[in-house]
Design a protein around this ligand. Sequence first.
Ligand code: SF4
Length: 589
Amino acid sequence: MDKTDIKSLDLGELKELLAGMGEKPFRAGQIYTWLHRRFVTSFEEMTDISKNLREALKRDCELTALKKMQMQQSRQDGTRKYLFALKDGNMIESVFMHYRHGDSVCISSQAGCRMGCRFCASTLDGLVRNLTPAEMLDQIYRIQADTGERISNVVVMGTGEPLDNYDNLLKFIRLLTDENGLHISQRNITVSTCGIVPNMRKLASEKLQITLALSLHASSQEKRRALMPVANKYGIQEVIEACRDYFEETGRRITFEYALVGGVNDSQRDAQELAQLIRGLNCHVNLIPVNPIKERDFVQSDAPVIQNFKNVLEKYGINVTIRREMGRDIDGACGQLRKRYAEKGGGKGMRTFSITDKGRIRRMNQDFVFSSEEPVGNLPNLFIVADGMGGHNAGDYASRRAVEVMVREIRESRAVEPPAIFEQAIRSANQELLARAREDVRLEGMGTTAVLASLADRKLWVANVGDSRLYVVNEDMTQVTVDHSLVEELVRMGKIEEAEAREHPDKNLITRAIGASEEVTADVFEVDVKEGDFILLCSDGLTNMLKDEEIQSIVRSQKNVREKVEELVADADANGGKDNITAILIEPY
Ligand code: SF4
């Protein structure tokens, strides 16, 4: 039996569901509040509901909660573009835009689209499926949670043709505007359509106060047909008539979206024809400089051409704006982020496991580990091993505090390139440790080594300071990071052989660390990860106790990732365990 999609139910339907479970109606109100006011992502969080009822809900219902896969933030205007995974693994995009008049979210209504508009990246692989009301709502809920901002405007203009998913769209609007939920005003909702005439008329009869935006994009039937296959079914005159009737029925001014494509629909003549076409209609024209997409050879109109087009329309008394180009430095056009993700083999996962252990001899653990397969800020995942220095307490404090600061900085960073994100985080941790050491004499001389890594689309980004290490293990075992130690310097200067380095008495004299001096420099590496590669981050407590061949044999064994890490740490411990031991193993698949 299919589970009930609980977030797509209105309050009345939720009451019916709970009555069927032998529950009192007020329970429905409580659950509705958890879902649509507190935006919970699991039944466990509904703390004023009995355990039995939560268990019953878990058994009979599914709770839609989208998974954030990527977020790109524009350095120019703070626009954020999100890639969310649906429960079946399909990907959708949503955009958060900050305007003076309030924060706005543009959501997708379908995974893919079957309308085939020639300038649009969302339709290149066709329609996959309709989104449920819960999946549309949750784009807004997750973005609110991520940004901490209250969303006041919603635009249904992302991937998909909303009127091709009519019933779910209507349900979504009712839930979104419900006074017991997010309670967004209908007037703050815009639904775009490429012109599915019967559903435009149906929508008019609902007499909602939402704005209807028609993607017009051409001033003649011939040109529209060339850009938008939907015009073969519903001609341009028929669509304009439906717009006139929409205004008559609802009293709501129509918005015409017009994507200007260089040399295709941006001439003065096009502007004059458009003015004639929409003459007398209570409307607003939104001119959109088209976003170039690499699969189609469309180019953007030049700025003077766009201005000229606007001037012509205004001469006819038409209300016109040129859409502000939000987030052009990120994958701006709708569908591009999703497409790029799919092309790069994104969606493939990883198995990871980490342990940090104080070893046999040390009284306390001066290592610190952070491991997240989930996105942290603009990074799709994040792994850190830090090895503190400066004796008990100070070394322990240094590694933990440095990791806390780095994770916080990465979470808040507006940078998009991993090297810049890492370097900024390391600098902040360095300043923090220095400041703390100045305040408290017990912390004087503390510092930490650290290795940071993030895996994006089979590209591994690594930064390191000191001698915490990262290896790629396959048929070979390659150390990616550079150890900043006295011994390493001696090897570089040719004074000792590489083979001697491991046994050298000064092997633990670190020459570069976070917290050691006013300036800190990190080495940053970019590594291509191949099929079958494992990634091992560790402190020298592991590599000092195990030979490369021993590590390789455990990592390449048939065991699962957890068992491998447990064995690595147990063997290092058994071999003496003089130091703290930390290991994170990543198995991309
Ligand atoms: S512009 Fe909209 S309707 Fe046209 S293909 Fe793209 S998503 Fe579909």
